[in-house]
Design a protein around this ligand. Structure first.
Ligand code: PLP
Length: 604
């Protein structure tokens, strides 16, 4: 990419991190990646392996599945995330059913290699040192991509600064902003110090948006005193390099900071007027920054793209529906069946369309193994023995109001009546954010409701939902049950994981399920009623469908149920994979140049 000419008389800015890359020898471990990697993916969380506690939930699992697909597809990429030494948190449950938050420590040295270069960023006027750890993701045929985890726990840093890479989504707004400086600005500097020469930066959610400001610093003259025209050119250059994915229609999920905090902590090199032009007038909104400085912006399902267009009018918002890394989420028993009948399903999940030809009973036998394994583990963990023959609904999600975890219990009388005709049982799991009081109350209520229905509708709340539990739950569920309040579900991915295992989704039409649901073929919808009576009406719809459709089908038409399981695999697997998703990013965003609207200004 051509850089704008240096303005006459301007001095080069100080090089922020020691000598230029060419003067250093890159660490041995990183050298194989340098010559061909042109795409960097920045994300606050990334689920590499279950024992690395560098993720919280859906966003991190998605980043991990993206990394796994990049290696399978041999798309050279480097992934940047935080080390999160204390993880998000480990969830315990007290005797009253309340959530207890414990540190979730892990040992980076067990699976990652510390790389020598230390770079610094300015935070509150202090210089904060950042080092990186390397781990590698290997694809099906051995191709590897690097993941770098940023660490501020260095002797040279103050006690507080050393904690910046400790807690994922912990602390207050100031802590969050500092972490985002480390991720965005520190990440770009680490990449340069290691010798990467990159063309494209993918911002996975607004947490990574500050990297755009660092790229703006990349150009020769200080942006502070340049004519407006030249600044425009630079903004276009940054835009041409950046791709931004926004993940939530929930207003509170978009990071916003007041400008006083930004002035104190970030001390931006661009003037306030420019910063407001990029990040919003009243508050510094990192979603807006991402929108303004990326040439390609997308939401994570078609419905979510539409919702985002309404939230941020005037931007072109594409829709790239999320997907999951198929081999990671298929239970080993079923994987063996696929291996025998579906050639190349691991590198080419599109081949799962052939699942329609599997034998119903063979698919069922694999599912019985997965279900028994799940129920054994549930009993081990909680002491609750569930019945392997009974229809099992699983609701495993972040516990937050709009996902409505208590909706099933809206009318206990109706539920008891239902259970008297056909037995069924429920498994719940999910964490609430430590500062989400409503979410935490819901966990407590869930425990109460489960206790009240003891003996009628057997149920259990499984503490500490994480990647390993997710693998067991998605494979062992008969029905993957969700009832988000539309249009809050940006995409959702757990239902895809379950469908790959023959789980039948039963959910409101929102996020991915609006695209994936074939009524009565691969699962069922829950009709949604708008307005004040929404919860009552939606709950009534759930009871009605359980009573007249799901339960009779499970107990009286096993052959039909088993065909639907095959259809779930064959109609969900081929499209809702992270392979398809990443190919869309590659073709639609990474390889496509910025539209003339942005770059054209320069030519005009
Ligand atoms: C897949 C996954 C999620 C995201 O699932 P949703 O459908 O978005 O709720 C969250 N947590 C874990 C552990 C997962 O594996």
């Amino acid at each position: 990419m051509k850089r704008p000419p240096r303005a006459r008389g301007e001095k080069s800015p100080p090089v922020p991190q020691g000598p230029p890359a060419s003067d250093r020898t890159p660490p041995e471990a990183i050298r194989p990646f340098l010559s061909h990697t042109r795409i960097a993916y920045f994300t606050m969380e990334l689920a590499v392996r279950p024992e690395m506690r560098t993720y919280c939930g859906g966003l991190g699992l998605l980043a991990g599945d993206t990394a796994r697909s990049s290696a399978d597809l041999r798309i050279p990429m480097v992934f940047l995330t935080m080390l999160s030494r204390k993880g998000y948190f480990r969830q315990g449950i007290d005797p009253d059913g309340g959530q207890v938050e414990l540190p979730d420590l892990w040992d980076p040295a067990a699976s990652c290699e510390r790389l020598p270069p230390v770079v610094t960023v300015e935070i509150e006027g202090r210089s904060v040192g950042i080092q990186s750890w390397l781990t590698v993701i290997t694809g099906v045929d051995g191709f590897q991509n690097p993941v770098l985890l940023l660490d501020t726990d260095l002797d040279q840093n103050s006690k507080d600064d050393r904690t910046l890479s400790d807690s994922l989504y912990g602390g207050n707004a100031a802590y969050r902003l500092k972490q985002e400086i480390v991720l965005g600005m520190g990440g770009v500097r680490i990449l340069r110090a290691l010798g990467f020469r990159l063309q494209t930066y993918h911002l996975n959610e607004g947490h990574a948006s500050l990297l755009t400001l660092e790229l703006l610093n990349d150009f020769p003259a200080s942006p502070r005193r340049v004519p407006a025209r030249e600044l425009d050119d630079r903004l276009s250059e940054v835009r041409a390099r950046c791709v931004f994915t926004t993940h939530s229609p929930v207003e509170a999920a978009h990071d916003r900071f007041d400008y006083e905090l930004v002035r104190r902590i970030l001390r931006p090199t661009v003037d306030l007027a420019t910063l407001q032009q990029l990040g919003g007038k009243e508050e510094f909104n990192l979603t807006r920054l991402g929108l303004n400085l990326s040439h390609y912006v997308n939401g994570v399902s078609l419905r979510h793209a539409e919702t985002t267009r309404k939230m941020f009018p005037g931007y072109t918002i594409h829709g790239v529906t999320n997907g999951v890394h198929v081999p990671t989420w298929v239970h080993p028993a079923l994987a063996r069946l696929f291996d025998a009948h579906i050639p190349r399903w691991r590198p080419e999940p599109e081949m799962l369309v052939r699942a329609l030809q599997l034998g119903e009973d063979e698919v069922w036998e694999c599912h019985e193994i997965a279900k028994r394994e799940l129920l054994d583990r549930v009993r081990e963990k909680t002491g609750v023995a569930l019945d392997p023959k009974a229809l099992t609904l699983v609701f495993a999600r972040r516990m937050v109001s709009w996902k409505r975890p208590l909706l099933l219990f809206e009318d206990p009388g109706r539920l008891t009546d239902l259970a008297s005709r056909h037995p069924f049982q429920v498994v719940f799991a999910g964490k609430a954010h430590p500062r989400d009081r409503a979410g935490k109350r819901m966990i407590q209520r869930l425990h109460e409701r489960i206790r009240e229905l003891d003996g009628t509708v057997p149920g259990v709340f499984l503490p500490n939902y994480d990647m390993e539990w997710a693998q067991a739950l998605v494979a062992g569920a008969d029905v993957w049950f969700q009832n988000p309040l539309p249009p809050m579900e940006a995409s959702g991915t757990s239902g895809m994981k379950s469908a790959l295992n023959g789980g039948l989704n039963f959910s409101t039409l929102d996020g991915w399920w609006e695209e994936g649901c074939l009524e009565g073929v691969n699962g069922w919808s829950i009709p949604h009623t708008e307005g004040e009576e929404s919860d009552r009406a939606d709950a009534a719809a759930i009871y009605e469908r359980l009573d007249s459709v799901l339960l009779p089908c499970f107990y009286q038409e096993p052959k039909r149920w088993r065909s639907m399981m095959k259809q779930a695999i064959g109609y969900v697997g081929p499209y809702f994979s992270s392979h398809r998703m990443l190919r869309q990013y590659a073709v639609g965003a990474y390889l496509r140049s910025a539209p003339p609207d942005d770059l054209g200004r320069k030519a005009a």
